[in-house]
Design a protein around this ligand. Sequence first.
Ligand SMILES: [Zn+2]
Length: 574
Amino acid sequence: MRVFQVFLVIILLGVTLRAASAAETEAQVVELLGQVYRPQVVNSEGRTGWSLADPEVLRLVGQTTTRMSWSSDGETLYFSGSVRESQWKPGSSQVRVDGSEQPAPGRLLGRGKEAWMEPEALFFALALKPQNRGDRVVAMPEVPVPRLEVVAGRRELRVPLASALRVQPTRLRLDTLRLRFPGCVWSGSQQTMLVDDVQVAISEREGTVLMDLRFPPNWQGEIRSGRGLTEVLVGWRSSFPPPSTIREVTGLGFSPETAASGIRVQAEGPFEYHWNFDRSTRRLTVDMPGLREPASLPVSRAPQGGWDSFRFRPVGTPEQPILRFEGDLAAGHGWQFVEEESTPGLLFFRSTSTGQVGSLAQTGSAATAGYVSSRGLIVLDPGHGGGDPGCVNRSLGLLEKDITLDVALRLRDLLLEEGWTVLLTREDDRDVSWRGSPDRVELQARCDVANQSGADYFISLHCNASVASTRAGSSIHWFKQADLELARSLEFALGESLGLGQGGLRRDGFYVLRHTDMPAVLVEMAFLSNPREGSLLGNAGFRQRIAQSLAGALQEYVSGCYARGAELPGNAPR
Ligand SMILES: [Zn+2]
């Protein structure tokens, strides 16, 4: 039996060797995220590899986020990528990875245009893991352990990507965000870890890495940006309302006595709530941040009113109380929240035997009647006005001063709905100081509105213009250090997400940025002089989209502002 096994191994070896020698003169087939490359095989000194001057190899490198360059003396080849940095010396069996020496998985041989590399070495340098699939090698980008980063005072988890790909987030539970990395492999040694106070759990399913990020109960994770799709930044913010809205619970439980029986939560004042329905367990979770737990918490273990069981329990801290409801819906039941406009601070929901669970939102947020959240005071400055039209697009008949005012009025309405206090430097077509005033006087008058009202934020709205009609794009301008975080939060609000050009962040010493005492930005919404962007600015529906996008980004910005410190936006450090 043993003899037979040895023979079999020798036969298999022979087949493998023959296959390898036959392939030497051919191209190999490498696939990366659906793209196919055919590098020519180089054979020398008993090793096989690919030339680094081979156009197919250069295309492969180009699809990754790693860049390859030689040192000036031509003795070291650098690979710098977002996942890892490595330094290779021709012929060496060692490689320097992120600053420390380790055995190389393969060799770099030759220099300059003659340089070539063994495939294992190149894949490692590019943070790709090869898998042999018969006629081809499938290269899978490694997903590394997330790193903690502090960006403008906020903590964020950064997951660099070895190759650009689309990462889709889904909210699994109220406190858990799942990131899906298709076509990737996990490169960490552990499947679970703690990064800051976020629990990270990894699972792999059919060539997809699933990364579950679990935040503490009073925090919610959100993708801050997928910068150019080469990295994912996940931030987390408090889902907790300001301290002034902590409420006592005055009534709680199942109320079969009413005509429509259901779960009642009565607090002394209005409150927010967030819900999540887990389809697999049929469990409805409702978190009510700011509600202090009452002396007794109702529990039902026996089925009643469409619930197999339910209970209330506290999940927050004494300073940040959260009351949680967990109910398991009986088979065939859905649920609905019932609006009670006449009773502020009452949340009423019931199971419904006709309810189509599939048609209900699995996760959502709402508030009881009368709830007004405190978001701070913002001053909106519609650029130009009165005697100063700003820039003009004559062929479209559009004046900058009209567009900035219209967007400011739309943005004001949206922010008021969200609980902001909003002031405008002008609410109609006029100069803020007086007609014909010098620029400096006019601009100071706008700063005075913000400084004298003690505003928390200042946003000046403008349209850009250029003699070159092809110039296009949205840009966000900042000057003071205190402006930067606000500017960052607005960076992706306009631009590409609205089908405009992406101008990015710019630091400029504009008067209104230099002379305001609070975080301030100047938004160039788009180029009025560009025929395409100009006609979009002339469209009321598009101006509404601009306002909505800015309102959404501002909302996220203030939420992040009192994350960690649990401060009101107005008290946020400047
Ligand atoms: Zn302007």
